[in-house]
Ligand binder design. Structure first.
Ligand SMILES: Cc1cc2nc3c(=O)[nH]c(=O)nc-3n(C[C@H](O)[C@H](O)[C@H](O)COP(=O)(O)OP(=O)(O)OC[C@H]3O[C@@H](n4cnc5c(N)ncnc54)[C@H](O)[C@@H]3O)c2cc1C
Length: 441
């Protein structure tokens, strides 16, 4: 590994920022990660990542990437007693309202069921332990400094706790400050255009509660997922977590927001939870207060369309695309973007941003198309004729998959981002869908 660059600054120590720092450590002599929050030593939540209180599924593709970047991560988590998922039986009612079995066949290794703070804490420990990485917490990034040409970012203006503002010089700055990241504002301040935004209003609300279920209450099911469907725009995820308890996240689109009062919350969930889950929830010990989260829109910023962008600056993670969390794609997309960052930096050159944003857009596209198309369907919003036709075909595919293990595995592979949705159009799949339709008739 040759280190050809000197200093990179990553703003934000969330999942995208940590993964960016990990791949940059292969090329940069020094990486400084600046984080606004005080970072906890253990797996505690923090204000900068409020979504950490809600169920976080790591898709199979994300698991594979983390395994590549941190070869002993999964083993360490298993040794910590983190429960395993997706290798075991679980209950999954998909966006077509069908109940599909999900086996472990697609997973090279079991995926471990950890809370978001726990997973982030593990990755932070590994990244922070890299000799070239320094994580500075309690340190807010305020803006960017450009060099004399006005075309190149040369430093980040930061304010560490109890200190004066400083200029942190950098050969590359990566903004990983999340959905409400400041780059569009900073670009305008520096005289650059801000990226176009695509947005789908979904007015999604999450309410989550930790719960201790009676031993064996779910049989050997470790994961329960019920996705919203047209006519019932609400769903839930019930995941076993480290520490032996479960986390129940209930979410609903516009007009179907879950209540926080415990009794009303359970009644709301019971309406669409499978019967055995409803029974388990009624007979459970609830731990702590409910957590709420509002997610108004799916939002994508098209940095790939910008004609003018300063050298020495990139954006990664939710700052590029903040996806409806019900699909569980965010951390996996951040991991894919980290790999794209690694490739782009390895090639180097003055058009780094052009190449990186083009790759990131290609990676984000299938996830964005899938999430926004299902959102529009569930909410009854206008859809293009292609979306309607593909959606109708996928409904039939899901129906056939209920009694076809091969199709069920393809559905799972797409949901886990191992294959793109275009997989569904392969002749091997379409023929099985046709056979399924004929069988049903
Ligand atoms: C309710 C909910 C549930 C979700 N469930 C899933 C799921 O099941 N599976 C999944 O893969 N994804 C899920 N996601 C998405 C996932 O959390 C994100 O996509 C993923 O964590 C990537 O986020 P990020 O690192 O880009 O940003 P963030 O996690 O938002 O991190 C941004 C970081 O930047 C810091 N920061 C912000 N401003 C500054 C500043 N000026 N200076 C210094 N630091 C700053 C913040 O403190 C924070 O640490 C969910 C999201 C939500 C909202």
């Amino acid at each position: 590994m040759s280190r050809s660059h000197r200093h990179a600054v990553v703003i934000g120590a969330g999942m995208a920022g940590l993964l960016a720092a990990r791949v940059l450590s292969e090329r940069f002599e020094r990486i400084t990660v600046v984080e606004r929050d005080r970072l906890p030593d253990g797996p505690e939540g923090r204000p900068g990542v409020p979504q950490g209180a809600h169920v976080h599924a790591l898709l199979a593709l994300g698991g594979r990437i983390l395994d590549e970047l941190f070869p002993d991560l999964l083993d360490r988590m298993a040794a910590d007693g983190v429960p395993q998922s997706f290798g075991g039986p679980h209950y999954w009612a998909d966006f077509g309202g069908r109940t599909l079995s999900r086996g472990g066949g697609l997973h090279e290794k079991p995926i471990l069921l950890a809370s978001r703070p726990y997973l982030e804490g593990q990755i932070r420990r590994l990244v922070g332990g890299l000799p070239s990485v320094e994580i500075r917490d309690n340190c807010v990034a305020l803006g960017l400094t450009v060099g004399p040409s006005g075309e190149e970012v040369t430093a980040v203006r930061v304010v560490p706790a109890d200190e004066d503002e400083q200029n942190l010089a950098a050969d590359l700055v990566v903004d990983a400050t999340g959905r409400d990241g400041r780059t569009p504002v900073w670009l305008r301040e520096l005289g650059f255009p801000a990226p176009e935004v695509s947005e789908v209003v979904i007015d999604l609300r999450y309410v989550s509660r930790a719960v201790r279920l009676r031993p064996g209450a779910l049989g050997d099911v470790k994961v329960v997922l019920v996705a919203p469907v047209p006519g019932r725009p609400s769903g839930l995820g019930l995941f076993e977590q480290e520490g032996g308890h479960h986390l129940l996240s209930v979410a609903g689109y516009a007009g179907n927001h879950p209540p926080t009062d415990l009794d009303e919350f359970v009644t709301f969930a019971e309406k669409f939870a499978p019967h055995f889950v409803g029974t388990a929830l009624r007979d459970a010990e609830w731990l702590g207060a409910p957590h709420r989260h509002r997610f108004p829109t799916g939002r994508r910023r098209h940095y790939e369309r910008l004609r003018r962008f300063p050298r020495g600056l990139l954006v990664i993670g939710d700052g590029i695309c903040s996806l409806n969390p019900l699909f569980g794609q965010g951390m996996t997309v951040a991991a894919l973007e980290a790999l794209a960052l690694r490739d782009a930096v390895a090639v180097g050159g003055p058009d780094l941003a052009v190449r990186f944003f083009a790759s990131a857009a290609e990676l984000v596209d299938p996830a964005w198309q899938m999430a926004t198309s299902v959102d529009r369907k569930v909410l009854g919003l206008p859809r293009s004729s292609v979306e309607r036709a593909f959606g109708a075909y996928v409904d039939r595919l899901h129906a056939a998959a209920e009694s076809d293990a091969v199709l069920s595995e393809r559905v799972q592979a797409v949901a886990e981002m191992l294959e793109p949705p275009s997989t569904f159009l392969k002749p091997t799949v379409t023929l099985r869908v046709l056979a399924g339709l004929l069988r049903r008739r």
